[in-house]
Design a protein around this ligand. Structure first.
Ligand code: NAP
Ligand code: MG
Length: 482
């Protein structure tokens, strides 16, 4: 990738008013490139272009829209090895996870390519004789998409794909920590034959260009994934303009391990769910709620499995846990390790910074025992490879601990009892529930979202996405006097 990477506005690649540097968190001597930061005027240009292009795109016809989405999806899947490596290089997740993410991103486009042809409305007779009613969905208009760095290509794609499929124009503000993946995806979309201005990339910081975007009256709908604090600010801006809004935010997911659990499954799910992606997943299980009858045996096996996980450079063979994304994230993680100790948890392994061949943001995954659910480490999202074990005496206590949180994205239970699994599935107050599976790991053809502080507005993904990306129109038709 060459050094200066540009924004894509109104169908043109344009330099910004300044640039930001992007470095590899596995090896900070590796400069990935310099990325354009859009000016306020450029954002306004993008908004004006999107407004013009949206009408053209919506009128393009279903087959042309379907063809464009297929093209984007197939290109991502065909090039997943190359683009997945770039993603891993800038974000820090192991190469295989980067490749898997880009492939998955492609599947969002091919899935929504098919949804383009599945847009069928309702008809009814009016209560008044001689009048018919036609109910159909229309594009919502110009959609602002604001995405995080932890799944830079997949999260953006599960928003961009339905936005385009349902005939909308897009302004995309990706996270400034992962701009290379954003430019790579934009290049593919730029080749799909959309009318100029239908899709716009505006890189820049959240506090400047992101804030201006969400405050703009030229936006009809905002889809945001990120932290709760930023989400609250966006909700205020959206409310001021009465802009349609959907947000997926942080969480504090719990995995309950019952006395009848298969311990092999429990340890695999706990270690994978807590430490996969260096714990930087909104679906990560940082709270492990463990029945006292198997507590000691489970913890011993979990510590052994955690110590066996290989921390390394994202692009090196055999790496299971890459670095965390940034210096700021690493510093915050170290503060949480210290806090866990101060709150009285017992550190069983990890939580330190290993000596590595390259200078990067590495830490060993940490397991803490002896934690209780009222501690800050069990209430705040850490977004770190840190898991805290909470010992409980019964299934009922486990369920109440799982539900005792301000968040509500995912939860999980490991048990062989159908009765408990069923009760948990129906009583866990989360948007997603996993039975004998890790809390992380979801499909693309079914809805995704949470409750409480984790989510706001309609669900994302699968057919449910049409609720956000369309607006319902009810037409009354009288054919006149026969
Ligand atoms: P973040 O700081 O909230 O940032 C998310 C996005 O919002 C970035 O593109 C950011 O831009 C932008 N932004 C920041 N301030 C803004 C403002 N005032 N106005 C408009 N946009 C603004 O979150 P993050 O640190 O990137 O990501 C981690 C968080 O995302 C975690 O809390 C995690 O749980 C959550 N997450 C949730 C899900 C889910 O589906 N529930 C999935 C993945 C991640 P810049 O960063 O470029 O400044
Ligand atoms: Mg951030």
């Amino acid at each position: 990738m060459s050094q200066s990477q540009l924004n894509f506005i109104a169908g043109e690649w344009v330099a910004g008013e300044s640039e930001t540097e992007n470095r590899n968190p596995s090896d900070i001597s590796d400069l990935i490139g310099n990325f354009a930061q859009a000016s306020a005027t450029q954002l306004d240009d993008a908004l004006a272009a999107a407004r013009r292009a949206q009408a053209e795109w919506a009128a393009t016809g279903l087959e042309a829209r379907q063809t464009a989405l297929m093209k984007i999806g197939n290109a991502l899947m065909e090039r997943s090895a190359e683009l997945g490596e770039l993603l891993a290089r800038e974000e820090g997740k192991p190469r295989a996870e980067g490749v898997g993410e880009v492939f998955r991103a492609g599947q969002f486009y091919t899935y929504y390519a098919a949804e383009v042809l599945r847009q069928i409305g309702d008809t009814a007779d009016s209560t008044r004789p001689g009048i018919e009613v036609d109910v159909r969905r229309e594009p919502v208009g110009v959609v602002a998409i604001i995405s995080p760095w932890n799944f830079p290509t997949a999260t953006a794609s599960w928003k961009i794909a339905p936005a385009l499929a349902f005939g909308n124009a897009v302004i995309w503000k990706p996270a400034n920590l992962t701009p290379a993946s954003a430019v790579a995806l934009t290049r593919i979309i730029a080749e799909a034959g959309l009318p100029a201005g239908t899709f716009n990339l505006v890189m820049g910081s959240g506090s400047s260009i992101g804030q201006r975007l969400v405050e703009s009256p030229g936006v009809d709908a905002i889809s945001f994934t990120g932290s709760v604090d930023v989400g609250r600010g966006i909700a205020k801006a959206a409310a001021a303009n009465l802009t349609k809004l959907q947000m997926e935010m942080g969480s504090k997911n719990a995995l309950a391990v019952m006395d009848d659990a298969d311990l092999g499954t429990a340890v695999t799910c706990a270690a994978g769910g807590a430490f996969g992606g260096s714990g930087q997943k909104c679906t990560a299980s940082s709270r492990l709620v463990v029945h006292e009858a198997i507590h000691d045996e489970f913890v011993e096996k979990l510590v052994a499995a955690t110590k066996a996980m290989k921390v390394g450079h994202a692009l090196e063979e055999g790496t299971q846990i890459g670095p965390v994304v940034s210096a700021g994230q690493l510093e915050q993680n170290m503060d949480y390790v210290k806090l866990a100790g101060d709150e009285g948890c017992e550190l069983l392994c990890g939580g330190d910074q290993p000596d590595m061949a390259h200078e990067g943001y590495y830490m060993n995954p940490a397991v803490f025992a002896g934690s209780s659910n009222d501690m800050r480490v069990n209430r705040e999202e850490m977004f770190a490879p840190i898991a805290c074990v909470i010992k409980v005496g019964s299934y009922d206590e486990a369920l109440s601990v799982v539900n005792d949180t301000n968040f509500g994205l995912t939860s999980g239970i490991i048990t062989k009892s159908l009765a408990r699994a069923t009760h948990f599935r129906r009583n866990a107050r989360t948007g997603c529930v996993m039975v004998n599976l890790a809390t992380a790991g979801t499909d693309y053809h079914v809805p995704f979202g949470g409750r409480g502080d984790s989510s706001f507005g309609p669900r994302e993904q699968g057919g449910y996405a049409e609720e956000f990306y369309t607006s319902v129109k009810t037409a009354y038709i009288s054919s006149g006097t026969p």
